[in-house]
Design a protein around this ligand. Structure first.
Ligand SMILES: Nc1ncnc2c1ncn2[C@@H]1O[C@H](COP(=O)(O)OP(=O)(O)OP(=O)(O)O)[C@@H](O)[C@H]1O
Length: 258
């Protein structure tokens, strides 16, 4: 089943004399249960795309459907409810509330707007077990490592059982060990809860945890790479496609973080 449908999407910023075309007739789809990465050179339009899918902004032309809901015709109130109930977010900076315990941070999307679901405790237990956080629930964010904080953010993002989890450079603030661990957890979430994930990243190692990478350049669809064999092979394909998109310059180095 198709969960995301991006149809001839364009986004132009500015006016007559300083117009910037950030997205230019971009179309692609994501099926339920996929873990998709979006890559492309700086300025390709990745953040713009993420902002549109997140309902933070509206396209200039074209359509976006998430689970058959048309995002472009939603009222502001409906967008806010859709964001809260149907989308999950993981950003580079974890955005946790330092005065609240880990458990209060995780359950916040469900306690913020009443009614609080009756299965709140069960949901907290499920996501904290999934992300290895059960021993940390009474701590405060500042008592956690960076990697643990991002896992709390991931638990908070999935406790609402979102239709789509949007991740923007989720490993950007982590060292390579914590990054690898978080990516393994994201892959596990994808496998065990069936949540569909779309992750924007610059990094081929991070992208190699996805099942498919969509490459965009100059705001348009450029190519895609689907994982077929090992993660190492997928990583090599991603590096090759990055070289193609950058005009033939192959980056040196390997998947030595793995
Ligand atoms: N609010 C804005 N006003 C004007 N131009 C913008 C705005 N936001 C983005 N742009 C422009 O739109 C284009 C796409 O930007 P975007 O941030 O989506 O790219 P990106 O692929 O996320 O880049 P990066 O990898 O560097 O974060 C760029 O040329 C950028 O300068």
């Amino acid at each position: 089943m198709r969960i995301v449908n991006v149809d001839h999407l364009s986004k132009t910023y500015g006016h007559r004399f300083n117009r910037v075309v950030a997205l230019n007739d971009l179309s692609f789809g994501i099926d339920a249960g996929e873990f998709v990465g979006v890559m492309g050179p700086s300025g390709a339009g990745k953040s713009t795309l993420l902002n549109l899918l997140a309902t933070f902004d509206q396209p200039t032309t074209g359509g976006i459907w998430i689970d058959r809901v048309d995002l472009t015709t939603m009222s502001a109130a409906d967008s806010a409810r859709f964001r809260r109930e149907d989308l999950g977010f993981i950003f580079q900076g974890f955005d946790l509330l330092n005065d609240l315990t880990v458990s209060a941070n995780i359950t916040m999307p469900l306690t913020f707007v009443p009614p609080v679901p009756t299965d709140l405790d069960a949901r907290l237990q499920t996501v904290s077990e999934l992300l290895g956080l059960t021993q940390l629930l009474t701590r405060f964010p500042l008592q956690l490592s960076q990697g643990q904080r991002q896992r709390v953010a991931a638990a908070r993002a999935i406790i609402t059982k979102p239709k789509l989890l949007l991740a923007d450079e989720p490993t950007g603030s982590l060292d390579s060990l914590a990054a690898t661990e978080l990516l393994q957890y994201l892959a596990k979430i994808n496998l065990e809860t069936d949540v569909t994930i779309m992750m924007v990243t610059h990094d081929a190692f991070t992208a190699s945890f996805c099942n498919r990478i969509i490459f965009i350049r100059d705001g348009a669809y450029f190519a895609e790479v689907t994982r077929q064999g090992s993660r190492q092979e997928f990583f090599n394909h991603i590096i090759d496609m990055e070289a193609t998109i950058n005009g033939g310059r192959r980056r040196r180095g390997g998947m030595d973080q793995a």
